[in-house]
Design a protein around this ligand. Structure first.
Ligand code: BG6
Length: 483
């Protein structure tokens, strides 16, 4: 079967930084299906060769390895069609070009929406008008980038626009976090082993912390970011995805429907919060200097840091809080899921100097290095029962030679082969917004006190530390446990 990937928004950042380098790396690794072509569509007037030349430079910069000969082979399959999304004639020209390139062969065609979000609806409508979702000559699939709406109402609207042209089976809502090896490994850890399942519940787990900390500030993305803030930018998608893979039940089969059914059940079980309680269920913050970033209004109250507490009302998780936290300009770049276990029922050996001892933890580190650490106590050799927290460690890079694929690589392959397990379904996206919307509304309310600030390079505002301590817990504030 032949494959065509049509990229709308071809001259944008996502295409040059992520999509084309990922496709090139797949080609280099011999994993890109033979007879695959890439067709870019955007307003900039350019020839095929001009686009190839521009992509060569950006791919050399962004792919993790580059070799000229492999690029030349790959570049032959790159084509460019200038056009305006608002112009039917331009779309007809695109349609014709695709048909010429595919020359009647049965082809899996993937439409990739890498444009600004306001163009998603118009592109989908045009594809519909011209019958380009029709599958008579091979599968037709559409990939929708984030943000998928800005709240529940707009997500529903976008789903309706998509469903007017494509069936749900044809739609792939991408969240690049699901392409990360360690996120997928969470499924392997939980469902390919028997030793974790018996303790993966309220009897043994005190709480769960999911942290996505970024060292970088907002920088040049101020104009976009200020309208979005950390809740929309990171929580509705990436953090809730991490929550789902941590909390879901084992699916009965490993296929898209079974996996996504279990994920959606987690969101269904998240306890809804009314406006009155939502403010106390989280802490927000803004890093010092955010107001000076280009594109950010001087009076902005947008949160660049957030921490929220969610409760999952299920037999497995009743009474186990899930703390989700993310921020820009924090101490370091680290994404980790910390399973914090309960204390043993009896303290036989006395606590530390403060009279307590840290409980066991399982830390799944997703980036920058990927791996797992299990923290447990051992006796310090010598006299008496002095204990110390030690660890068992698994590191991807030590265990497996070779490079780890970039998140977009497996995801693009999945779209081409028609596996939607690692993509969000329409109900999943809508339920995610249902959970996050109340926080967005509460934090934007004029009744909220002024947003607390935090020093760059810190773990958020002091309020986050005291909020956690007020619940008898402490954040696991360690820069990557694996390097
Ligand atoms: C994006 C957000 O979705 O994810 C960015 O818009 C954020 O603000 C990025 O920096 C983080 O992705 P990663 O893979 O670097 O953790």
């Amino acid at each position: 079967m032949s494959h065509t990937i049509v990229i709308f928004g071809a001259s944008g950042d996502l295409t040059s930084r992520k999509l084309v380098p990922a496709l090139y790396s797949l080609k280099r690794a011999g994993e890109l299906p033979a007879d695959t072509r890439i067709v870019g569509f955007s307003r900039t007037q350019m020839s095929d060769d001009a686009w190839r030349g521009a992509l060569r430079d950006t791919t050399a910069k962004h792919a993790d390895a580059f070799d000229e000969q492999a690029w030349q082979e790959f570049a032959n399959a790159i084509h460019y069609q200038p056009g305006d999304i608002g112009n039917t004639a331009d779309f007809m020209a695109l349609k014709q070009r695709l048909e010429t390139l595919e020359s009647g062969r049965e082809t899996t065609r993937v439409y990739y929406l890498a444009t600004a979000p306001q163009f998603y609806g118009p592109v989908v409508a045009r594809l519909g008008e011209l019958g380009m979702a029709d599958e008579a000559n091979g599968p037709r699939r559409i990939v929708v980038e984030k943000p998928f709406g800005t709240d529940l109402a707009s997500a529903r609207h976008l789903n309706a626009e998509l469903h007017a042209v494509f069936t749900e089976r044809q739609v792939y809502r991408i969240d690049h976090y699901l392409g990360k090896e360690s996120v997928q490994n969470m499924l392997a850890l939980r469902f390919a082993n028997t030793i974790f399942e018996p303790i993966w519940n309220r009897r043994y787990i005190d709480h769960v912390q999911i942290t996505v900390a970024e060292e970088v500030p907002v920088g040049r993305r101020g104009a976009y970011y200020d309208g979005s803030g950390v809740l929309r930018d990171m929580f509705q998608n990436h953090l809730l995805q991490l929550l789902m893979v941590t909390a879901m039940e084992a699916p009965v089969k490993f296929n898209a429907d079974a996996v996504r059914n279990e994920k959606v059940k987690v969101l269904d079980a998240v306890r809804p919060l009314d406006l009155e309680h939502v403010a106390a269920a989280g802490v927000r913050g803004q890093y010092e200097g955010y107001l000076d970033e280009p594109g950010v209004p001087a009076t902005s109250q947008t949160a660049t840091f957030g921490a929220i507490r969610l409760e999952i009302d299920s037999w497995r998780w009743q009474g186990v809080p899930f703390y989700l936290r993310s921020g820009k300009a924090m101490s370091c770049r680290t994404t980790q899921i910390v399973i914090a276990f309960r204390q043993p029922p009896l303290e036989l050996f006395g606590g530390d100097h403060r009279g307590h001892r840290e409980a066991n933890r399982l830390v799944v580190q997703i980036q920058p290095a990927e791996g797992i650490q299990l923290h447990f106590h051992t006796k310090v050799p010598g006299e008496g029962m002095r204990l110390r927290l030690t660890d068992l460690e698994f590191s991807y890079s030590r265990e497996f030679a070779g490079r780890l694929p970039e998140a977009y690589e497996p995801l693009l392959l999945d779209v081409m082969t028609g596996d939607a397990s690692l993509f969000a379904r329409s109900d999943e996206v809508e339920k995610s917004w249902e959970i996050i919307d109340p926080f967005v509304r509460a934090w934007a309310s004029p009744d909220m006190p002024r947003i607390p600030t935090y020093e760059r390079g810190f773990w958020g505002p002091m309020a986050s530390v005291s909020w956690m301590e007020g619940q008898g817990r402490t954040w696991f504030d360690q820069c990557p446990v694996l390097t």
